[in-house]
Design a protein. Structure first.
Length: 289
């Protein structure tokens, strides 16, 4: 009965259910590839998967830090009446906001490739944090806007003024009472969404970069991700084999043995984005956000 009750609880909590579905599906896919995918291709898929999620996790951390600093900073600068610093920071943030995310990240990739060609960035491990910083620069504003929205919402409540009357410092009210105790679920849900957005942007741009740049930059110096693996010729041939099945249905079983790399990469991208969407939606409903 305890096990049945736990399973029922997980089924009702859709975010936890979809997290388990993603973990189970990914492990099952990895086990299948261990059995039927050749070792070099399996190593490429594992490396691309790991790099993609390391970058996405770094983006979450950097976006949370930048969003908190800018959101809280703008609030206190505006409250203090420091018009020039406030207007300067607002102007810089509005410039970033005016640039489409994918365009801004592509511009960042141009700078990264220039640094690679000049020898400043030579190891793929050194490029990963830089890529995460570039992506964070164009997605952290969602956190900043949420921070400012939550502060403005609770700023109108009676407890805000009551705490100030009691002598509690305002920075403590904002950071501990508003953001930590009353807005943590909102911030965490936003970070889940940013995680999915990061994977989508990263895979899309890496696909474009891998197709459009010279081989000595894209295939050697830039770290392998799911997007760059999808652009490789063998992965493209694997994806095209799916179309061959439409006219030759008997070819279907061979997809899961002879075309695993491309199908695995494509499935991981689509399956992960679907699960992240379901997790974020389930988390928001469970916490009534």
């Amino acid at each position: 009965m305890p096990l049945l009750a736990q399973l029922q609880t997980i089924y009702q909590r859709k975010d936890q259910l979809w997290l388990l579905i993603w973990l189970g599906g990914t492990l099952l896919l990895w086990g299948w590839n261990r059995l039927f995918l050749n070792a070099p291709a399996l190593a490429r898929v594992e490396t691309g998967f790991a790099n993609t999620f390391i970058i996405a996790l770094l983006v979450i951390l950097l976006s949370a830090a930048l969003g908190w600093l800018s959101g809280v900073g703008l609030y206190f600068l505006e409250k203090a009446g420091n018009s020039l610093p406030y207007l300067t920071l607002s102007f810089l943030l509005n410039i970033i906001r005016s640039i489409p995310q994918i365009v801004g990240i592509l511009l960042g990739y141009i700078l990264i490739t220039v640094q690679i060609q000049s020898g400043a960035l030579q190891r793929p491990g050194a490029v990963i944090p830089v890529i995460a910083m570039v992506i964070s620069l164009f997605v952290f504003l969602e956190i900043s806007d949420l921070v400012r929205e939550r502060i403005a919402y609770y700023r109108k409540r009676d407890f805000y003024n009551a705490m100030q009357v009691c002598g509690i410092p305002e920075w403590q009210i904002v950071n501990r009472e508003i953001l930590w105790r009353n807005s943590l679920a909102h911030l965490f849900n936003k970070l889940i969404s940013i995680f999915g957005v990061t994977i989508f942007l990263l895979c899309s741009i890496d696909f474009i970069i891998s197709v459009g740049l010279s081989g000595n930059v894209s295939s050697v110096n830039l770290p392998a991700t799911l997007g760059s693996l999808l652009a490789k010729i063998d992965s493209k041939q694997d994806i095209l084999a799916i179309g061959h099945v439409l006219t030759h249905p008997g070819y279907l079983p061979r997809l899961f043995f002879e075309h695993l790399q491309g199908i695995t990469v494509a499935f991981l991208i689509v399956f992960t984005l679907l699960c992240i969407y379901k997790i974020a939606n389930g988390f928001a409903r469970r916490h009534e956000l």
